[in-house]
Design a protein around this ligand. Structure first.
Ligand code: ZN
Length: 283
């Protein structure tokens, strides 16, 4: 398959398809690879589905960012055990989608506290998801553990209304969640039903890009750098401008849909989830 086709399929599965897969089909766990970023920071990675898990090792416990699907939880725990004898104390959910929060119940059983934005937690409540977060915050929070820290930021809407990013300042690494996915240059799925916004996505990314970091762990895809995230930010603007100019030119909904499919490679799911919202937002 062409890369874009793979990504298209992937994105189809991961955002709302992910929840469906997670709770109705019980797919097999994905094979996980561990990528070392620094002596104390790792990514448990797999090929696009489910999302990336970032691992901070300290001598007082382990911090995770995102925990994939339920069926991946035990494998995550096994991989972490190879890196540290310390328990997983905190899990930060970048947003509520099931491919980033599915491991919550298992990790809570093992004693972890789950942290998210208040909006992400509310989306989990609305979606009747198990493993609700234990700790929420509004704009900014910091996790201090074993002399290390993870800084959490929530600025506004993007992929959902509850997206947060995690900065590891000493390691100069940002875990971006699905505000930035690496492998395509378009904000693929704007989850309007989860409070997402194609319009605000750009400014939310701008806030994230003001942070001081070199490397980025995207929500999905290989670890990359700040320049790639900057490029992605531009594509969110291109999408906005293109939809807006078509609305101003009084193009039909069908015309906009065709443009999104041809120029931005939207698949059926993305059209279904994002088109109506875009038409309202980009007027
Ligand atoms: Zn997502």
């Amino acid at each position: 398959m062409r890369k874009s086709v793979v990504i298209r399929f992937t994105m189809l599965v991961l955002c709302c398809g992910g929840m469906w897969l997670a709770f109705t089909q019980a797919p097999q766990p994905t094979k996980l690879d561990v990528v070392k970023l620094t002596d104390d920071l790792y990514v448990i990675h797999n090929h696009y589905v489910p999302g990336n898990t970032t691992v901070l090792i300290t001598n007082e416990g382990v911090v995770l960012v995102d925990d994939k699907f339920p069926q991946d939880a035990n494998n995550i725990v096994a991989e972490v055990k190879k890196l540290s004898t310390q328990p997983i104390k905190y899990v930060i959910n970048t947003h509520h989608h099931g491919d980033h929060t599915g491991g919550n119940p298992r990790l809570q059983q093992l004693g972890a506290q789950i942290i998210s934005t208040e909006e992400a937690r509310q989306n989990m409540v609305d979606g009747k998801q198990p493993g609700l977060t234990n700790v929420t915050f509004e704009h900014h929070a910091t996790v201090y553990l074993g002399g290390k820290k993870a800084e959490l930021y929530h600025w506004g809407r993007a992929h959902t209304n509850g997206d947060l990013v995690v900065l590891f300042p000493a390691q100069r690494v940002l875990a971006a969640g699905d505000m930035f996915t690496n492998g395509d240059d378009v904000p693929e799925l704007i989850d309007y039903s989860g409070g997402g916004s194609g319009k605000e996505w750009t400014s939310t990314l701008d806030s994230a890009l003001k942070l001081d970091f070199d490397r980025v762990v995207p929500g999905h895809g290989p670890v990359t750098n700040k320049q790639q995230m900057q490029k992605y930010r531009q594509s969110t603007l291109d999408l906005r401008n293109r939809v807006h100019e078509m609305i101003v030119a009084k193009k039909t909904k069908a015309d906009v849909e065709k443009m999104l499919r041809t120029e931005f490679h939207f698949a059926d799911l993305h059209i279904a989830r994002s088109l109506d919202g875009l038409l309202v937002e980009m007027q």
